[in-house]
Design a protein around this ligand. Structure first.
Ligand SMILES: Cc1ncc(COP(=O)(O)O)c(C=O)c1O
Length: 428
């Protein structure tokens, strides 16, 4: 089938519903609606007296008022905010599996504000209990045992168990601080064995499969160049629109304990996820959605932007402190690219000298570093195949400078000891 031209109107470039049929998993196709939740929207029909759901009577709820104090993102002034009676009642009660409509609407507007994707242009939005919940559900909506998933590695280790549980075949695609190894990816696809099922998804980056764009750090960008556009933005100008499945999160910018993530995707995928929510945890918590809605409406999109810019600057300063101590203690003992977003350094330990290979950070980090009182993530867990790697992930989000210094001082000693040991072994 000829692809539509990029300059044709967007409506004619939106992939049709049938496009997604071969992508949806058996278990998703077998999911049926929660019969009570399916009837719930009818409660709002005019004149209806509902005897339907097991909603507890809010008169019995012990919480009678709720207030919080909100810092203005521009002036820093603090303002008390009280939830109204209706907001509190709504927050303490069950709500739709897709999320409360007003917050849904606000976040659809945010996607237009941040990514230029307008409502009604072939995508929808729903919430999960954090973006993890949504990634888990999308992975289950798409993958059957034996399906192939391409995963850009190193990857956020938290998603690896989600893919494993589907019994899909995971193929790693290389990546570095500039993104996916597109040359390697092209070679892999061009030499794909005849008869082997084609990959269904790639966890980040385009080709003829669905793209899972997991981007909780989007707003924590502090690089000098303009913020790189999201895949969600880029696909708007592609000949076909509807391959990007985007995961956002309020965890890193408002609160991780609120557990609010949101999914922007073709409606077929949104429907599959809502069905999953209906038949698992019913819905994400209403109360945190009401809180988030009140706060976001208080700020507006520009206020949110001002807030996330401050948050990004906060992590920028933390990064600089961390890197200063990296240079001081790990100079010559590790290699890294300076991160321009997020809250992690991904660095390679220079364990072996000469031609002994890069070595493995696992034992050093999991045992020796821990014995010396430093906890970091060994890079091997960021490779779905568990391959050996000299890389380590370290977070710079929380620690004050004196603790960063102490942690890196300890790590230096651990690396020096490991190097001495490797040298002695080689000589023996
Ligand atoms: C890349 C990535 N994706 C997803 C998540 C999960 O975030 P949430 O709190 O929205 O579930 C994290 C959290 O650390 C992450 O680093």
């Amino acid at each position: 089938m000829a692809q539509p031209r990029v300059d044709t109107p967007l409506e004619s470039r939106i992939l049709p519903k049938e496009f997604y049929e071969p992508f949806i998993s058996q278990s998703s196709n077998h999911r049926i609606e929660d019969p009570i939740r399916a009837l719930l929207p009818l409660e709002d029909s005019p004149g209806v007296i509902s005897l339907l759901a097991g909603k507890p009577n809010s008169e019995t709820f012990p919480i009678t008022s709720m207030q919080f104090t909100l810092r203005d993102p521009v002036t820093g002034a603090e303002k008390p905010i009280a939830l109204s009676e209706q907001e509190l009642a709504k927050g303490l009660q069950y709500s739709p599996s897709a999320g409360i409509p007003e917050l849904n609407d606000w976040l659809i507007g945010l996607q237009e504000y941040s990514h230029g994707r307008k409502r009604g242009e072939g995508w929808g939005l729903c919430f999960g209990t954090g973006s993890s919940d949504l990634i888990y559900k999308v992975v289950n909506a798409l993958l059957d045992p034996g399906d192939v998933a391409l995963i850009e590695a190193p990857v956020y280790a938290g998603i690896v168990p989600m893919f494993h549980a589907t019994r899909c075949e995971i193929i790693e695609v290389g990546g570095d601080s500039h993104g996916t190894d597109t040359k390697g990816l092209r070679e892999l696809l061009e030499n794909w064995p005849a008869g082997k099922p084609k990959p269904k998804v790639l966890y980040t980056v385009p080709h003829n499969f669905l793209i899972l764009e997991d981007d909780p750090y989007y707003y924590l960008y502090f690089g000098d160049a303009p913020r790189p556009p999201s895949y969600f933005t880029l696909e708007r100008d592609q000949p076909e629109v509807g391959r990007v499945i985007r995961f956002d999160s309020l965890s890193k910018v408002l609160s991780s304990g609120m557990r609010i993530g949101f999914l922007s995707a073709p409606q077929v995928i949104i429907d599959a996820v809502i069905l999953h929510t209906m038949t698992s945890n019913l819905q994400p918590p209403t109360l945190t959605q009401v809180l988030a809605l009140r706060l976001l409406k208080e700020w507006g999109y520009d206020g949110l932007r001002a807030h996330v810019d401050r948050v990004a600057q906060f992590y920028h300063a933390k990064r600089d402190v961390f890197e200063g101590f990296m240079k001081k203690y790990l100079g010559g003992l590790a290699e890294w690219d300076t991160p321009e977003a997020g809250m992690f350094f991904w660095f390679k330990l220079k364990i072996n000298e000469g031609d002994a290979g890069e070595g493995d950070s696992e034992a050093i980090i999991r045992t020796k570093a821990l014995e010396n009182g430093v906890l970091a993530l060994p890079g091997t867990v960021c490779h779905p195949g568990g391959q050996k790697t000299a890389y380590v992930r370290a977070s710079f989000s929380l620690l004050p400078p004196d603790q960063v210094e102490e942690a890196l001082r300890r790590l230096r000693q651990v690396i020096l000891d490991a190097r001495a040991e490797a040298k002695a072994e080689k000589a023996a």
